[in-house]
Design a protein around this ligand. Structure first.
Ligand code: ASP
Ligand code: MG
Length: 406
């Protein structure tokens, strides 16, 4: 029988009614002649609640115990979904991360999947079961439970689909697919029928929350087609794959918006070799990811470096760089948290000139000041004031003609 791998996100399994609705969809998929493996997230905001609980008993919880606790969110939803399936007469079994063979390294809370040995999944499929598995969890070689990082149930689903050599992976969520921009910000945003891995990856990194970037990366590595669609209706979603051929590619496919941006600036740094390393190495050691980095040309032998981190990391990042700054003789450190990133993304950007000028012109027309700029082959990102962000996104969406059909 053809194999279908599906993933259901937190909202899709957020209540008993939703779990029954998902069970119904899985049952229908099976009755139309498919083997089904479904990967599930924790119900609704369960993971956030478990994190709060952990922090309420220990300010800096032990990482091993923390992962064991967090993994229970997905264990709950997979057991509940399996019960719902069996109650409606559909043969099913749930397998934990350990039973389904997800081996990870030992980096608790951000573990990486080393490999998946899906023997037990195959056995259960052969026994006629739908197999329901928890996302987000794995086990080390010693059998300790790990979690893979926030939002990583998508990654589990892609990894399971790859391990089982499934023809594609269906990601069920609470929106109809991937949009040209967040429809809550841009009411005229349109659903994309198809998008390439690299475009999706840039959008996901730049704030589009529809799919986890590590999942997209893994899908690209194995050329696994992914369909993002809603579990609340039967409309077709967005296909993520290699994308259209070369010249067919559209220029700008989407506008991403991320308000989780804070900036730190160090001014008056003596301009000599090794200083960027002196600043960024301790940040890396502290596990803080730095996003946009801008170094201004030095004047009078003094340089200025600004970089962005996520808002949650701002205080920790300041605490790491302040001593480094004073050791190296930098004069000022300042920080601000009220920033946002707007990005335009599209594979066509690399071959057609003029996109940057048009983007900057559109922002200027809105009276928006650009704080920092970064680009990749297929993306231009501007860091701006958060307060101007939503208007900027709408203006860019119209300027690049995303309001109109594909
Ligand atoms: N439940 C986990 C989280 O909220 C994993 C996921 O939903 O993908 O981060
Ligand atoms: Mg989630």
């Amino acid at each position: 029988m053809p194999l279908v791998v599906q993933k259901y996100g937190g909202t899709s399994v957020g209540s008993p009614e939703r779990i029954r609705a998902v069970a119904d969809r899985i049952k229908r998929t099976r009755e139309s002649g498919n083997d089904v493996v479904a990967v599930v997230s924790a119900m609704g905001d369960m993971t956030d609640r478990l994190i709060e609980l952990a922090l309420s008993v220990a300010p800096d919880p032990d990482r091993r115990e923390y992962d064991l606790l967090l993994s229970t969110g997905e264990t709950q939803s997979s057991a509940l979904l399996t019960m719902a399936l069996k109650a409606c007469g559909c043969p099913a079994i749930s397998l934990s991360g350990a039973l389904m063979g997800v081996r990870t390294d030992r980096a608790h809370s951000r573990a990486r999947i080393m490999n998946i040995e899906p023997a037990r999944i195959r056995t259960e499929l052969a026994r006629g079961h739908c197999v329901i598995v928890p996302g987000f969890q794995g086990v080390t070689e010693e059998g300790d439970v790990t979690t893979l990082g926030r939002g990583a149930s998508d990654l589990t689903a892609i990894a399971v689909a790859v391990a089982l050599e499934a023809p594609k992976c269906e990601i069920y969520t609470d929106v109809d697919g991937v949009y040209t921009a967040d429809p809550r910000v841009v009411p005229r945003a349109r659903k994309l029928h198809r998008i390439s891995y690299e475009e999706m990856l840039e959008l996901a990194h730049m704030g589009a929350r529809v799919m986890n970037p590590r999942g997209v990366e893994l899908a690209e590595l194995y050329s696994l087609p992914v369909e993002v669609r809603s579990s609340f209706n039967d409309r077709s979603g967005t296909l993520i794959d290699r994308g259209d051929e070369m010249e067919e590619r559209k220029h700008v496919r989407g506008v991403a918006f991320d308000t989780n941006v804070a900036k730190i600036t160090l001014a008056g740094i003596p301009d000599r070799p090794g200083l960027a390393h002196a600043i960024f190495a301790p940040l890396a050691d502290a596990g803080i990811s730095v996003d946009v980095i801008v170094q201004a040309a030095s004047i009078g032998g003094l340089a200025e470096i600004s970089f962005t981190v996520s808002r949650a990391d701002l205080e920790r990042a300041r605490a790491v760089v302040e001593p480094v700054a004073s050791e190296t003789g930098a004069q000022v450190v300042h920080s601000t948290a009220n920033l946002a990133k707007v990005s335009i993304v599209g594979t066509g950007l690399q071959s057609a000139p003029g996109y940057a000028a048009k983007m900057f012109g559109t922002l200027a027309g809105q009276g928006v000041n650009i704080d920092m700029i970064t680009t990749s082959d297929i993306r231009i990102t501007c860091v701006i004031d958060e307060a101007a962000g939503e208007d900027a996104v709408r203006a860019l969406h119209s300027a690049f003609e995303l309001d109109q059909g594909e």
